[in-house]
Write a protein that binds this ligand. Structure first.
Ligand SMILES: CC(C)(COP(=O)(O)OP(=O)(O)OC[C@H]1O[C@@H](n2cnc3c(N)ncnc32)[C@H](O)[C@@H]1OP(=O)(O)O)[C@@H](O)C(=O)NCCC(=O)NCCS
Length: 452
């Protein structure tokens, strides 16, 4: 490893360094690296992160993402810094999270604060000392007039003056910068109107508008909180948008988490694939959120989990009509109505607007701590949007709940779909004994097994 700096080498040679673990970790990360190359992430953080001294560590992690081919747009806030400027200049106004008017003096403070933070961020991206994660990074940061704003105007008799809202994002220019220019775009919470005026914008509104306009893969809010917490105090790592909206309506979240969650939900509703609330106090939190299975914060998804439910006897007809075409072409083993009726409790169905468009069945083999997933089907019209994967994940957690340690499938035509999702080929002798006895040798199905 001739190019490694001495310090890095000594870290690798430290007694606690475990090569096998390192290689395994690196390989585990590979699918995420492949999946996210060329995708756009919008990363948003308040001035609180800068105040807390977490900027350098974040920039190092963002540089790594950029080097892995992830396209980044950063949106920073500046509320504490604007308040500090106001205080220093002897003004009594202080901004909190709510909507407030921005007068001419406050706008000047906002411009100064934005300028200062922007320079700090640009400086952080320009680091390149040897023995640091920024060595050889060469990240180009671009800012500009990408955001057109409009005045909030007069609301209930109050003139909000230079407080504004996002009117338009120059998507072409942004895409050009992140795609062709391979640059990181940095946006301050200020927008400009065709009259040449500047407006003070809410960072959350700006980040969400940009993520929606770019149809970003991810919108990530770095928060001083941990994310959304469960009743037992642990972080709720995945939240369907409808559940996020339920929590917001219940009004039990703290102010910051509530504000970020509201925009996360909006972003997902408007087409951003996933929105995250990630704690900035945890070193490396963005990397952990992106490259580990459960992450460390809360991820909001527009999920069809709501469409999943256990099957009832009334669903037998619909299940049979999903199965029949696949029996005819040999993809699935024939199942008479009586068998589906008998086993209907093993089935989970996907239902939307009273239409059953997918199903899967789970058979457990308690002695061997194994479970079989059978009859995984998504109606052809709904295929290719991740519904199969949602069903699989659900069946995996059902299997886990029964105490199963391994999930297996028998397949003739879908082996690659399962392999891509972590199944490895096994043999007939790997199956539970009862299943081996009933194995249909003329069908010659392949056995695929996944550790749970
Ligand atoms: C397998 C099945 C459930 C997947 O459902 P889905 O909702 O389309 O799944 P996802 O959207 O999560 O995945 C779609 C991806 O799987 C791929 N795929 C679909 N069928 C596949 C197959 N037989 N082999 C390999 N890949 C397959 C698609 O090309 C798509 O790939 P992409 O993401 O690279 O574009 C669905 O194709 C199906 O019902 N097939 C017929 C029934 C069947 O074979 N069931 C398994 C019985 S063991």
């Amino acid at each position: 490893m001739p190019d490694l700096e001495p310090d890095t080498v000594s870290a690798l040679e430290a007694p606690e360094f475990a090569p096998a673990q390192f290689v395994r970790w690196f390989r585990d990360v590979a699918p995420y690296v492949h999946a996210f190359r060329g995708k756009t992430f919008v990363v948003a953080f308040g001035g609180e992160l800068v105040q807390a001294g977490a900027l350098n560590a974040l920039v190092q992690d963002l540089s790594l993402l950029s080097s892995l081919g992830i396209r980044l747009v950063l949106v920073h806030g500046s509320r504490p810094q604007v308040n500090e400027q106001l205080r220093l200049k002897g003004f009594t106004q202080q901004f909190d999270r709510g909507l407030a008017p921005t007068d001419a003096a406050a706008l000047e403070c906002a411009k100064e604060a934005a300028g200062e933070i922007r320079l700090d961020i640009e400086a952080a991206f320009s680091q390149g000392l040897p023995n640091t994660p920024m060595s050889h990074a060469h990240i180009r940061v671009i800012s500009g007039n990408f955001v057109t704003a409009r005045p909030t105007g007069v609301l209930e008799g109050v003139d909000y003056k230079h407080t504004g809202q996002v009117r338009k994002i120059d998507v072409d220019a942004l895409k050009f910068a992140i795609e062709k220019g391979s640059s990181v775009v940095l946006l301050s919470p200020l927008g400009f109107s065709p009259t040449g005026d500047a407006f003070n914008l809410a960072m959350e509104d700006l980040a969400t508008s940009v993520a929606v306009a770019l149809r970003a893969e991810k919108l990530i809010f770095l928060s001083s909180g941990q994310g959304v917490l469960n009743e037992d105090g642990t972080v709720d790592t995945e939240l369907a948008r409808v559940d996020a909206d339920g929590l917001l309506a219940a009004g039990s979240l703290d102010e910051e988490t509530g504000a970020y969650l509201q925009y996360a939900s909006l972003a997902v509703k408007r087409g951003v694939a996933r929105a995250h609330l990630v704690p900035f106090a945890l070193d490396g939190s963005v990397l952990l959120e992106i490259f580990t299975h459960d992450g460390v914060g809360t991820m909001v998804v527009e999920d069809t989990l709501d469409d999943l439910r256990p099957a009832t006897i009334d669903d037998v007809g619909a299940i049979l009509s999903l199965i029949e075409p696949l029996e005819a072409d040999g993809t699935l083993v024939p199942r008479p109505r009586s068998v589906v009726e008998r086993d209907v409790e093993n089935f989970t169905v996907l239902e939307h607007d009273a239409v059953i468009y997918g199903c899967a069945a789970l058979h457990t083999f308690a002695d061997e701590q194994m479970a079989e997933m059978a009859c995984l089907i998504v109606h052809p019209e709904w295929q290719g949007s991740g519904e199969g994967e949602i069903l699989l994940r659900h069946m995996e957690s059902r299997a886990r709940a029964t105490g199963a340690k391994r999930l297996f499938v028998l397949t003739t035509r879908t082996s690659h779909w399962f392999m891509k999702r972590g199944f490895v080929q096994g043999g007939i002798t790997d199956l539970p004994r009862e299943k081996q006895n009933h194995y249909n040798r003329s069908r010659n199905s392949l056995v695929f097994i996944k550790k749970l």
